[in-house]
Structures are given as structure tokens and as C-alpha cells.
Design a protein around this ligand. Structure first.
Ligand SMILES: *[C@@H]1O[C@H](CO)[C@@H](O)[C@H](O)[C@H]1NC(C)=O
Ligand SMILES: *[C@@H]1O[C@H](CO)[C@@H](O)[C@H](O)[C@H]1NC(C)=O
Length: 334
């Protein structure tokens, strides 16, 4: 038996050495997903020409976070039906194995920090081939400034401000995609990579001048502690519901937060309102309090007395908290 296996291995080694059999591994470049759901990262491998006898392959998935400093983390390793997952992925990942050569990774449920570059590596003792696939969340970018005013947040404060609104600092790719989708904003905001940038669709004097072409304009990498800007936050689609609370009278900020709790929810965060506007089509011509003390409303179909002529989330900034408005609440639904 041992001798037969050795002979087979040697034959395989010779075939490989002579370049006759090749291992191919394939995957799409990018997969986009909805946070809180599940996702399959496709990865298929095959031999050319096809093998006469199956080989024992090891599948290894590893992951490099979007904002990572280059380090890859193990996600899972599988040999035959045995598999092992690591770190934060423990118990959330499995191989799909729908067909021979299917090494696709299923992540369920997806967590908000799962985005990044995944590597699917096939190792069979003779060959070792890998491909990478980028996992992104479908999401929306929104500009955010501090309740204290404009251009007051250093990088760390901007990062925290986005996280408090159920979002993250946007990456350059996300801001660029938002610009392609029509985002035009004249105040520079921090991005995840430590740069400050702003997207301009229609060049104008009040916004860096008309000499420059439309595009995402950059102040470059800035000092994370000393320099101060606004933020561009990214929020992905959410499970749960954002709604304008039907209430007989208008409310000050304290009453608004209480009214949402009495309704079995919570006062909504800015990121949640943007996600509901973008992905659920929330359209409501009523200004309402949000958790950060701002007052906003989401418009899909622009109409008279509902702000400007374009769809978007309108903001009244941060009014004094004793003033009376409506309120947007958020409820998780599973
Ligand atoms: C995974 O997501 C799909 C839709 O993308 C859904 O149909 C399926 O039920 C989900 N599976 C689990 C186990 O949540
Ligand atoms: C809102 O009104 C309540 C009384 O209904 C009052 O106790 C509370 O202090 C007010 N909050 C603010 C921020 O003005």
C-alpha cells in the first residue's frame, strides 16, 4: 500500500514537474453584502487536465482587514471533512462544498468589521495556489460634523463620532463610490486612511474654485491628533426599522428619547436614518430628533415645502434641546 501511494505521488510529482497538470483557483474580485446577514465568498479549484484520482487538498482561508497594517489572520483551515476556525470567526464560518472543487466560504452571521480582503488557498502537497476576494458592505456615506461645530474633530474624535452613529469612518473607495453616485459636499472630512477629502460634483467658487475638475479632492494625509476636520461616515444596510413616531404633540429632546423607549424602541442614530433612507426608501417630510441631538428628515421624492429639489437626508443641525420636534425611532426586528 505504502509503495503504491509513493509511486502515485512520484507520478504526480513528475506530471507537475513536467507542467502537465495544473491547479487553478478562481474567485470573483469583489462580493458585496448586507451587514447582519450571511455571505458566501466563492472559491473554486480544478485541475487541468482533470486528475485521474482525487488528491487530498487542504483549504485555507485567511483575512486582511480593510484598515489592517498588512497582517493576514487565519479564518479557517479544512482538510476533508475536518475543519477548524479561528479567532473572531470561530463558529461563524464553514465551507460550502456544493460540488467537487467548491471551497467557497460561508460567513454567518456577518459582523460589521468583517470587511476586507480574503485569501482562498488550496494546498495539495505539491502545489499551492491562492486567489483573493474583497468583501464589502453595501452602504451609504454621509458627512458628519460635531455638535460643537464644523472642523473641530481630530482623526480619533471623528472615528468615534462615526461609531456613535452606528457607522464607521468611510474608506477612500467608499467616498469615491459615493461621489460617483452624486455626493457633493464642500467640507473636508476624515477618512479611514488618515486623509481629509471632499467630493465635488459641480465645481464652484465657494467650493475650491472652478479651475479644478469634478472629483474627490484631497488635503492628503493629515496629523491625526492636531488637524481638525469633519468626518465622512459609512453605514451599511441594517436589520431593523427606522420610523417617524406618531405622537399627538411635539417633543423636546428628552421627551423624544423617552417616547421611543415607551414605544419599545430607541431614538434612532444618524447612521440608521441614512441606511433607512438609502435601503428602505424612508421618505418623511417631518423633522425629527435623533440620538446625537440633531434634527433631520429623509426625502426620496423631492416636493414643495420639503427642502431642496434633490433626494437626501436634510439636516437642521443641532437645535437647542428644549425646542419641540418630532422624533425618529429605531427598533430591531429579527
Ligand atoms: C442567508 O442569506 C440568504 C439570502 O441572502 C437567505 O435566503 C438565507 O436564509 C440565509 N441563511 C441563513 C442561515 O441565515
Ligand atoms: C423637556 O420637557 C420636560 C417636561 O416635559 C422637562 O422635564 C425636561 O427638562 C425638558 N428637556 C429639555 C432638554 O428641555
Amino acid at each position: 500500500m505504502a509503495i503504491i501511494i509513493r509511486t502515485l505521488l512520484m507520478e504526480m510529482a513528475m506530471e507537475m514537474a513536467m507542467g502537465r497538470i495544473r491547479l487553478h483557483v478562481e474567485s470573483p474580485e469583489t462580493v458585496s453584502a448586507v451587514q447582519g446577514s450571511n455571505v458566501t465568498l466563492p472559491c473554486h479549484y480544478r485541475y487541468e487536465p482533470a486528475l485521474s484520482s482525487p488528491r487530498r487538498t487542504r483549504v485555507k482561508w485567511s483575512w486582511q482587514p480593510v484598515n489592517g497594517e498588512g497582517q493576514e489572520h487565519d479564518v479557517m483551515v479544512a482538510i476533508g471533512t475536518r475543519h477548524r476556525s479561528y479567532g473572531d470567526f470561530k463558529g461563524r464560518v464553514r465551507l460550502r462544498r456544493n460540488a467537487p472543487g467548491d471551497a467557497s466560504l460561508v460567513i454567518n452571521p456577518l459582523q460589521s468589521d468583517d470587511t476586507g480582503r480574503y485569501r482562498c488557498e488550496i494546498i495539495d502537497g505539491l502545489e499551492d495556489e491562492s486567489v483573493t476576494v474583497q468583501l464589502e458592505f453595501r452602504g451609504v456615506v454621509f458627512p458628519y460634523h460635531s455638535i460643537r461645530g464644523r472642523y473641530l474633530m481630530n482623526f480619533h474624535e471623528a472615528k468615534e463620532a462615526c461609531e456613535k452613529q452606528d457607522s464607521h469612518l468611510a474608506t477612500f473607495e467608499q467616498l469615491y463610490a459615493a461621489w460617483e453616485g452624486g455626493l457633493d459636499w464642500c467640507n473636508a472630512g476624515w477618512l479611514m486612511d488618515g486623509t481629509a477629502q471632499y467630493p465635488v460634483v459641480v465645481p464652484r467658487d465657494a467650493c475650491g474654485g472652478t479651475d479644478l475638475a469634478p472629483g474627490v479632492r484631497s488635503y492628503g494625509v493629515r496629523d491625526k491628533s492636531l488637524d481638525r476636520f469633519d468626518a465622512f461616515c459609512f453605514t451599511s444596510s441594517i436589520r431593523g426599522e427606522v420610523y417617524f413616531l406618531q405622537h399627538p404633540v411635539k417633543l423636546n429632546f428628552t421627551e423624544a428619547a423617552e417616547a421611543c423607549q415607551n414605544d419599545g424602541g430607541r431614538i434612532a442614530k444618524v447612521g440608521q436614518l441614512y441606511a433607512a433612507w438609502k435601503f428602505v426608501g424612508l421618505d418623511q417630510c417631518d423633522a425629527g430628533w435623533l440620538a446625537d441631538g440633531s434634527v433631520r428628515y429623509p426625502i426620496i421624492q423631492p416636493r414643495a415645502n420639503c427642502g431642496t429639489s434633490e433626494a437626501g437626508v436634510r439636516s437642521f443641525g443641532f437645535p437647542p434641546k428644549h425646542l419641540k420636534h418630532g422624533v425618529y425611532c429605531y427598533k430591531v426586528r429579527w
